[in-house]
Design a protein around this ligand. Structure first.
Ligand SMILES: *Cc1c(COP(=O)(O)O)cnc(C)c1O
Length: 420
């Protein structure tokens, strides 16, 4: 398929036509051909309130009647200030400053630059590297590719182009948290940090759950121990909570399951509920203070044109209000219960394992799935799913009804009887 519109992660020559969506409402996508599909993956995990939400629509149109945009250089506005205050309030204690940007990837680029300049401003000029996780994903821009999975085919064409970083693994065949090889993994980390800490500015992780790298789960205790090592060796800890933030792992933030506050935490995706691209990079006072001085050159020289966009901030504020007022944590608990009851007992010769964390349910197969067949079978049954490799997952909108979720899960578990 050749087209003017260039699609993401797609080989146009061999891929099929995407479904054209006319409108969407609640958890449902209305396809142009008349089909209605339940979105089992929240449009890449961001539309946690579903589509076309009257309160979110209202918040954005009300803001639109005042102004759609204004630059944040030399000017400011209430939606940006209020959102920064709100994010400081709801994130773990100690994260007191917020830098906005226009996408998750850029939010992570900001985190990396902050970590590098933090040490530069303090005179530690050799700390220029990062330690990150194999199978990690932090976005598609050039800086963050360097801390994404080093063996990932997705970025293979750029191998050797970007700086080489340090990597450790958090994946294991033993997915049961009790059996997960904590000591072995910490030893691996300690050995690399011990030898290279003079060069390492920060450790960057997707806490508790790696998303695009295969929905790998690992325990909070690993992060607690990793943070102790970071403290010992003067390394900052960056939590990429672009996917895990806003309840996806069962607590408001994955950081809430750890016994420390990371130095830098990045939010995106669900932050603006899918209405607009935006991200927030939060830091502790310690990080902020390294930039706060009489010297011009200590300032953070970064400023996306659309940072703090008023429409994005207004919709984010309303989304957080909904999350709090409608007790989303209870909805997440109910989703977790439902996912666990169906997926955890599920067995099949082609299935390697099933796992659930918060409002995320995963079936891992022994071999890659035919994604077109999965997509077509799911659509026939009224569901939108998009597997990657041997992973089929659901990250439903939190407003999904029991019946809708049952329909998504029926497709996931019934699939093997139809497409193999
Ligand atoms: C999606 C994602 C990103 C990138 O966000 P974009 O808004 O697509 O740039 C970064 N990190 C994680 C963990 C993500 O899931």
């Amino acid at each position: 398929m050749k087209s003017a519109l260039w699609y993401p992660y797609q080989q146009h020559k061999t891929s099929s036509e995407p479904f054209e969506v006319d409108s969407a409402e609640g958890c449902k996508l209305h396809i142009k051909d008349g089909r209605i599909l339940i979105d089992g993956i929240s449009s890449w995990w961001c539309t946690i309130h579903g589509y076309n939400h009257p309160k979110l629509n209202n918040a954005i149109t009300e803001q639109l009647s005042k102004m759609g945009h204004v630059m944040l250089g030399g000017l400011t506005h209430k939606p940006a200030k209020d959102l920064a205050d709100k994010l400081v309030e709801i994130t773990p204690d100690g994260l007191n400053h917020v830098f906005f940007s226009d996408s998750g990837s850029v939010g992570m680029e900001v985190a990396m630059k902050l970590a590098l300049q933090y040490f530069h401003n303090k005179g530690h000029v050799n700390k220029k590297k990062f330690i990150a996780l194999k199978k990690g994903y932090h976005g598609d821009t050039c800086g963050v590719i360097s801390i994404g999975d080093p063996d990932d085919g997705m970025h293979a064409s750029f191998a050797g182009v970007f700086p080489k970083q340090f990597f450790v693994s958090v994946t294991s065949e033993k997915i049961d948290p009790e059996k997960w090889p904590l000591e072995e993994k910490i030893e691996e980390l300690e050995s690399i940090i011990g030898q290279n800490h003079r060069e390492i500015a920060a450790m960057a992780v997707e806490p508790l759950m790696q998303g695009a790298g295969g929905f790998n789960f690992y325990p909070a205790e690993y992060l607690n121990r990793a943070y102790q090592l970071c403290q010992k060796y003067n390394i900052l800890m960056i939590f990429d909570e672009i996917a895990t933030g806003f309840g996806r792992t069962g607590t408001l933030f994955a950081a809430n399951q750890c016994n420390f506050t990371p130095d830098i935490l990045v939010l995106g995706k669900a932050l603006t509920a899918g209405y607009s691209g935006h991200a927030a990079t939060l830091t502790t006072g310690d990080v902020y203070d390294a930039f706060y001085s009489e010297k011009c050159e200590h300032a953070f020289m970064h400023g996306p044109t659309f940072m703090g966009n008023p429409l994005a901030c207004a919709v984010a504020l309303e989304g957080i209000k909904l999350f709090e007022c409608d007790d989303y944590m209870a909805k997440i608990k109910a989703i977790n219960h439902h996912l666990s009851s169906v997926l955890l007992p599920f067995k099949h010769t082609l299935v390697k394992n099933c796992r659930v964390l918060g409002a995320t349910g995963v079936i891992e197969f022994h071999a890659p799935l035919n994604s077109k067949k999965v997509k077509d079978f799911a659509a026939e049954k009224g569901v939108w799913l998009r597997p990657f490799g041997n992973i089929l997952y659901t990250t439903p909108p939190y407003i999904i009804s029991q019946e809708e979720l049952a329909q998504v899960l029926a497709v996931m578990t019934d699939l093997l009887n139809h497409i193999t």
